[in-house]
Write a protein that binds this ligand. Structure first.
Ligand SMILES: O=c1ccn([C@@H]2O[C@H](COP(=O)(O)OP(=O)(O)O[C@H]3O[C@H](CO)[C@@H](O)[C@H](O)[C@H]3O)[C@@H](O)[C@H]2O)c(=O)[nH]1
Ligand SMILES: [Mn+2]
Length: 748
């Protein structure tokens, strides 16, 4: 094995091969020229706004001043978008070199899966994730999987118990036939019938049957809400539920289901299996449990006594491993002799198995993962996004960066001394580590582990690691590393984005949001990039302004933009056309479709006018102590007819919520204004084409808003299915929009 000194000597002699390589994107020059020209356009718009403010007594003075502020803000925010595009980098790990150099010295890896609600995160899905991780192509004695169950559900525990038995067949099968993906459900779905060799076909059928039997047992247990009697009495683990009173009030429940130190934990071919642990940390109603961050911190502590892997992989319960090599790939970054010592975590993109072709709810965020994250990587490292991320344990636990820590890889921690310790003792010891009083008067949640008090614990934790001097890597392999489930309804998507944007804003208001706190530890470009995400909520009011004011003034016949014949129209046209074509091209380049881009634009509007607005209000309320933090877990399953509509890309509204009422009101407001203005023009003013001449941009703006809202009008009045907008929303929004229009016209 090459030590670092040897590696450097090799490198000097010109024979050294690094464990990974970094490529830079080309064509940046063209981009810079183009954005400079756009910026000039934006400046012209600003100049126009300032120099054409209506005089005292003229119509629309205040609306104009409002537009000036909004245009200023949009222009400044637009600037924040650039650092992402300055220097995108692409990483390529070399895992064959890793095997050559380090096969015997590979570190232990602890993998954490978090689940919180068996109702919306079905146990079958959770164990598929667990099984996919257990089957990584990696020395099994060095792997451990921990499942944290924040619902402390005995059915999830039962499912994991079943999985531990099924794994004994599944792991050797995966190894023998190089199965990919290693999540049984995904694999059987991908390969409906086996066309391989005879031997494979036979074993394929056998293992498929085993899986299906297990699946139906677990689903059955979920349906009746009870663990089968004979299993319950046979396994001692269930006795831990004797003192259980509710999911918010119970002792720590921990069970080591498989442990290589115990001979019963061998697969059917006599190979060692990964360690497998179930954990439900203690919960008490009066003690804050800090949601996923709390669960992760309990996992970090408990795993430190059981396996203490140097590397920690963290996934959400729906994110199964889709690439059995990605673990080795990630290690190439950490173990690289020249650069590895400064890398704290390796993040893979969050990709989804269930996004449809045109991605109705914009869940895939292709530009984000195919471009912006590469850009952040070039600026010093992408964000930690909570799932599909490999961490170094000590750094996650708060270690600061210093140059001495280079050789840490050679000092592997030995866990052999625990061999004699019997499992039961180990479990008892771990229980105190997961108790809800353990963290009292410690720095867990502040300097150690994942940070508390923020709706995006992942982002803030990643940022705090950066501030301690570390770098990170964004690794986007061709074969997706993980696949999960994206929300399949509009309300769920909006709620998820509310949580995200709220979290971002919380970061911005915390010490991590300030430019001076991070000065020197992260580059100004990266600061700007983080701001771009963290300031989402501040888009809400300006966007609402643009959706409401120009349309109302259109109805009243007061122009707020340059006329067709005015030269000031040129910068407007250039900026609007230039920017949207650029965004469209980027979207297509990232793998999206044209229809997908249109859908994404709609979601962009909806998120800004509902999620971000509600998040903004919530952050303010929380600041003044009027509201408490929460974590609305997104559902990973949908009813049959809901998923059918999802497959057909028909928008699912489903229930009445203030967010939907707001969206529908805006949709109607624009429809009424547009129709009102046109009627007014034709019947009352008889001015011929005047409106097109004086208010082209306002007509266009309302027109686009009406077009983009087509699914809302359909959902309100044309559809009959259950996913339509409820009647109550239809009534409320129509009345609200109509009265806004009437009032506005009447007031003057
Ligand atoms: O009290 C809780 C709440 C949630 N979770 C788990 O956290 C994960 C993420 O929850 P999900 O509802 O799927 O949220 P998403 O919005 O899809 O998650 C993204 O955003 C979250 C932060 O808002 C991050 O924690 C996630 O890792 C990231 O994938 C799931 O496995 C949950 O089981 C817990 O363990 N305990
Ligand atoms: Mn999720």
């Amino acid at each position: 094995m090459a030590t670092e000194a040897e590696a450097e000597a090799e490198a000097e002699a010109g024979e050294y091969y690094p464990l990974f390589e970094t490529r830079r994107a080309r064509g940046r020059f063209i981009y810079i020229i183009f954005s400079l020209s756009l910026f000039v356009g934006i400046c012209f718009i600003w100049v126009y706004r300032v120099s054409h403010i209506p005089r005292e007594g003229e119509d629309g003075k205040w609306a104009w001043i409002g537009l000036l502020c909004v245009d200023l803000w949009f222009g400044l925010y637009w600037l924040l978008r650039h650092p992402f595009r300055w220097n995108p980098v692409f990483r390529q790990p070399f895992r064959h070199i890793l095997s050559q150099r380090y096969e015997k010295k590979l570190p232990r890896v602890d993998m954490f899966v978090c689940t919180a609600d068996p109702g919306i995160e079905p146990p079958v899905m959770v164990i598929n994730t667990v099984l996919s991780l257990m089957a990584y192509d990696y020395p099994k004695e060095k792997l451990s999987v921990y499942l944290s169950d924040d619902a402390a559900s005995d059915i999830t525990f039962y499912a994991l118990l079943e999985a531990s038995i099924f794994a004994k067949h599944w792991l050797p099968f995966c190894k023998k036939f190089k199965v990919e993906p290693t999540s049984p459900a995904a694999y059987f779905k991908a390969i409906a019938s086996s066309s391989h060799t005879n031997q494979h076909a036979q074993q394929f059928q056998a293992i498929k049957k085993l899986y299906q039997d297990m699946e139906s047992r677990i689903e059955n247990a979920c349906k009746v809400g009870q663990v089968p009697h004979e299993v319950h009495s046979k396994h001692k683990g269930f006795s831990q539920w004797d003192s259980y009173s509710s999911r918010h009030d119970h002792d720590t429940i921990i069970q080591i289901l498989l442990d290589g130190r115990d001979s019963s934990a061998e697969d059917v071919e006599g190979n060692v299996m990964p360690i497998l642990v179930y954990l439900a940390r203690e919960k008490r109603p009066q003690v804050a449990h800090n949601f996923k961050a709390g669960a992760m911190n309990a996992l970090i502590r408990v795993s430190s006594t059981i396996s203490n892997g140097e590397i920690i992989l963290n996934v959400d319960c729906d994110m199964y491993s889709n690439n059995s090599q990605s673990l080795r790939d990630a290690l190439c970054f950490f173990m690289d002799e020249v650069k590895g010592h400064e890398i704290a975590f390796v993040q893979t993109p969050q990709c989804f198995e269930n996004v449809t072709k045109n991605d109705l709810y914009g869940g895939a965020m292709p530009v984000c993962y195919e471009l912006e994250f590469h850009g952040m990587d070039g600026l010093g490292g992408s964000m930690y996004i909570g799932t599909g991320c490999f961490h170094r344990r000590d750094i996650l636990c708060g270690r600061k960066f210093n140059y001495q820590c280079r050789n840490a890889w050679n000092e592997y921690k030995n866990i052999d001394h625990m061999k004699e310790e019997n499992l039961h003792k180990l479990e008892e010891k771990s229980k105190t580590l997961a108790s809800c009083t353990y963290e009292e008067n410690t720095s867990w949640g502040e300097e150690m582990g994942l940070l508390y008090g923020c709706a995006v614990e992942d982002l803030i934790t990643g940022l705090s690691i950066k501030f301690r001097g570390w770098k990170s890597v964004y690794y986007n392999p061709e074969r997706r590393a993980f696949l999960g489930v994206a929300p399949t309804t509009l309300p769920e998507t909006l709620v998820q984005h509310k949580r995200w944007s709220e979290g971002g804003f919380q970061i911005q208001l915390s010490k991590y949001g300030s430019a001076w706190y991070g000065w020197g530890s992260i580059s100004p470009g990266l600061q700007m990039a983080y701001c771009y995400y963290n300031l989402w909520v501040l888009q809400a009011l300006p966007t609402l302004y643009y959706c409401i004011i120009p349309s109302l003034y259109l109805l009243k016949g007061i122009p707020l933009f340059p006329q067709m014949s005015s030269p000031w129209l040129i910068p407007y046209a250039y900026v609007m056309l230039g920017d949207s074509s650029y965004c469209l091209l980027e979207f297509l380049w990232s793998g999206g479709t044209i229809q997908g881009w249109w859908n994404d634009t709609r979601m962009w509007l909806y998120k800004r006018t509902s999620s971000y607005l509600f998040a903004f209000v919530d952050v303010i309320l929380k600041r003044f102590g009027f509201s408490e933090s929460g974590f609305v877990v997104s559902a990973k399953v949908a009813e049959e007819n809901v998923s059918q509509r999802y497959e057909k890309e028909v928008m699912e509204f489903g229930d009445s919520s203030p967010m939907l009422t707001l969206l529908a009101t805006l949709a109607f407001l624009n429809l009424f204004c547009l129709v009102g203005a046109l009627l007014n023009q034709v019947f009352i003013r008889e001015g011929g084409l005047r409106i097109y001449e004086t208010m082209t941009l306002q007509v266009l703006l309302s027109g686009v808003l009406v077009l983009i809202n087509l699914p809302v009008y359909q959902g309100l009045y044309l559809r009959k299915d259950k996913g339509r907008l409820p009647k109550s929303v239809a009534v409320k929004s129509t009345v609200l929009a109509l009265s806004a229009c009437v009032l506005f016209v009447a007031i003057s």
